[in-house]
Design a protein around this ligand. Structure first.
Ligand code: ZN
Length: 340
């Protein structure tokens, strides 16, 4: 089969890879209907995260079950399924508490390489959720978004304790930040302030339910948020970037007693203890347990209540994956969908 391989920073190729096979009796193999490039794929692509030899890429996937191992009970060949970026058993204590990305048996899907024609999914019963039927093509982008960026934005909003009546700030205008806006809208936030300087992304944020846009960042951005909140800061702030600047911008935009939900993958972030101590801010976040939200998110998409697939503003055949990475790296595209 064909699949995306990252050879070195900036060097992405579509190569021939071995067809995945059932290895464990709990595995499934799926034929991908759509896959995509994640903002987090750009960390190794840019050389900020080490590239350790040729690596298969991709951890977002939807597709049709081709084959299942002998112990798989809840999915069967022919079903359309979605899973998240960690396979999980969904039965251990950590999974039952809703933290499937820290499952005691978790398997990172990125190592298996979802930017490909086929994918082996470990722990298929715990990991995969089937849709009510094989979806029409126009739902594919939204269902694919549920595999990571929608679920991650959703977790960010819940971790930030978004509730009706609250003022919410979203730091970061990538796909996750934009979908955190959508999540905050669904969860009933009263005001949603998106921090973005890019016109196309601002438009999408407003489309997803933002009530205001702030273009300043850093200290100026914090001052602007304070201006808009009677000097207090927001109740709930979602951090969807993962840098020192964005994390501090999030914490400083939050009022005492408020909540920061951080879902941008942290890179060299160090928190000043004393400032944190006196901030009275709750911090919660990490790799989003997307599996927890999949049934609810699939339902909202299936009923056409939400349309998170709008974050895909570039669609390419899998063979042109290199251009998909380039477009996101240069911020010409928010998110690239790849058609196997
Ligand atoms: Zn588990």
């Amino acid at each position: 089969m064909r699949g995306v391989i990252l050879y070195a920073p900036g060097d992405v190729r579509v190569d021939e890879r071995a067809d995945p096979k059932i290895v464990e009796p709990t595995d499934a193999v799926i034929r991908l209907s759509a896959t995509c490039v994640c903002g987090s794929d750009l960390w190794p692509y840019r050389g900020i995260e080490a590239v350790d030899g040729p690596s298969p890429m991709g951890h977002e996937y939807v597709g049709i079950v081709e084959e299942v191992g002998g112990d798989v009970r809840t999915v069967e060949p022919g079903q359309f399924v979605i899973g998240s970026f960690f396979a999980s058993d969904n039965t251990c204590e950590i999974c039952k508490a809703g933290y499937q990305t820290s499952c005691v048996h978790r398997v990172p899907m990125g190592a298996l390489g979802a930017q490909a024609e086929y994918l082996r999914v470990p722990l298929a019963d715990g990991t995969l959720v089937a849709t009510p039927d094989v979806p029409p093509d126009d739902l594919l982008p939204s269902l694919l978004a549920a595999s990571d960026v929608l679920g991650t934005g959703w977790f960010g909003a819940l971790a930030a304790d978004v509730q009706p009546g609250k003022t919410v700030v979203v730091v970061g205008d990538g796909a996750v930040g934009l979908l955190a806006v959508l999540a905050a809208r669904q969860l009933g936030a009263e005001r949603i302030i998106a921090m973005s300087r890019h016109e196309a992304r601002q438009k999408l944020a407003l489309d997803f339910g933002a009530t205001a846009v702030v273009t300043e960042r850093g200290d100026d951005g914090v001052a602007k948020i304070k201006d808009l909140t009677d000097g207090l800061g927001a109740h709930s702030v979602i951090e969807a970037v993962g840098t020192q600047e964005s994390m501090m911008q999030a914490i400083r935009s939050t009022r005492p007693g408020g909540h920061v939900g951080y879902v941008g993958v942290s890179h060299d972030v160090e928190l000043p203890g004393q400032e944190l101590f006196f901030s009275h801010v709750h911090l919660h976040g990490g790799p989003a347990p997307v599996r927890r939200f999949l049934p609810e998110l699939i339902d909202l998409i299936w009923n056409r209540t939400i349309d998170p697939g709008k974050v895909f503003d570039l669609t390419l055949p899998l063979d042109q994956a290199a251009e998909g990475y380039r477009a996101m790296d240069e911020r010409r595209a928010i998110k690239t969908l790849l058609q196997p």
